[in-house]
Design a protein around this ligand. Structure first.
Ligand code: M6R
Length: 366
């Protein structure tokens, strides 16, 4: 049932072109000119009038939520807060009836996320779910929602559910942004068109598996890792570090690249591998100078770059080249090599990739 793959995780990583097609199917039209999400259409006014969006989630789903913040702010011009469900539920959060609370959860059973939406409902907010497991507790306890439709995820480390969550958030931001008139027609059309090409671009990233496997050997015995990204790729740095931690048990931290100089750069020496996302986008130059600072301190840098990049290549130790895309869609591509790096390092270390120690697929207790 692993379909010839040695682990469910690898199978699920390779399924992503297909799972994202399923996620978009019936939502993006064949001409790739329009997005429709029934959960939004049915509650259009709520979304148009919302004064604020609060996203609650845990773990990888929380990282998807961070990307959601960038998307909703850019395309819908609405303030967004992203909260760890476990913190939100025990604070005294200020929730208004004009707020929309979005819970993101693969399993739909995460205890803290369920408690957070309970709280939000009592405060009168409109609660929307983004879940994978059909009929699970979160979809049953929300006013509306969208399923990610990526199929059963078995590996404890979430991969295909994450990219499907980002895809749903992107479609939501496009649909709401259009209703609110906050996204230009050109941008709306450009992003949808690109989104429809993401599955084939992921195929191209997956074709790099062999070289990523080879690269991972060099870093298998590192004791620590740092992941850096900015803008839309900052949450991907966090997610890359989480993947490595949970399945290889190597200590890793993700940072917004510019934060390095505020402390963590003190950690850099030639035994500290740094994975830097330096794709060709609006923050490219900034990330390049952050990489220069790392190199000046003898850090070893693996960079994720856009195909054809020259300046980063001449600067760093290893490069992984991925296809170019709309900046807001880059997370869907940049997350793939980081999933593969974590996977191969864990396999090299003989770890139980699908069932890492101390972890459960869904955290139904707090
Ligand atoms: O089922 P959920 O999406 O609510 O789960 C949330 C986290 O427990 C989950 O993402 C966890 O962090 C994964 N093991 C990450 O790979």
């Amino acid at each position: 049932e692993r379909g010839g793959y040695p682990h469910f995780m690898l199978k699920e990583i390779f399924e992503q072109p297909e799972t994202l097609k399923n996620c978009m199917s019936g939502r993006i039209n064949v001409e790739a000119t329009n997005v429709t999400l029934s959960g939004i259409i049915d509650h259009k006014d709520k979304f148009i009038q919302a004064k604020r969006i609060i996203i609650v989630a845990c773990g990888t789903s929380w990282h998807a939520g961070l990307i959601g913040k960038y998307l909703f702010e850019e395309f819908c011009r609405v303030p967004v807060e992203v909260e760890y469900a476990s913190e939100f539920r025990y604070r005294h959060p200020v929730i208004h009836p004009e707020d929309i609370v979005i819970a993101i959860s693969q399993s739909g059973e995460t205890a803290d996320s369920l408690a957070a939406i309970e709280l939000a409902r009592h405060a009168g907010a409109f609660v929307y779910g983004i879940c994978n497991v059909v009929g699970s507790s979160i979809p049953r306890n929300t006013h509306s929602g969208s399923y990610t439709h990526c199929g059963h995820e078995i590996g404890v480390a979430s991969t295909k559910a994450f990219t499907a969550q980002i895809t749903v958030l992107t479609m939501m931001a496009l649909a709401i942004g259009k209703e609110k008139g906050k996204i230009s027609v050109e941008k709306y059309l450009a992003v949808i068109k690109e989104l429809s090409h993401i599955p084939e671009k992921i195929e191209r990233v997956l074709a790099l598996n062999k070289s990523i496997k080879k690269l991972s050997r060099i870093f298998t015995y590192a004791r620590n890792f740092i992941y850096l990204g900015r803008g839309y790729n900052y949450p991907i740095a966090l997610e890359g570090a989480l993947k490595l931690k949970e399945i290889s048990y190597i200590h890793a931290e993700g940072y917004p690249a510019a934060e390095m100089k505020h402390g963590p750069i003190a950690l850099i020496d030639n035994e500290m591998p740094v994975v830097a996302i330096a794709t060709h986008n609006t923050v490219y130059e900034k990330v390049v100078s952050n990489i220069q600072e790392i190199k000046a301190r003898n850090g070893r840098v693996i960079a994720i770059v856009t195909e054809g990049d020259k300046s980063v290549k001449s600067l760093v130790d290893h490069c992984i080249e991925i296809p170019s895309t709309e900046e807001c869609l880059e997370p869907l591509l940049t997350s793939i090599p980081l999933q593969l790096i974590a996977y191969h390092i864990a396999v090299n270390k003989n770890r139980d990739v699908d069932m890492p120690r101390n972890l459960a697929k869904s955290v139904t207790v707090e």
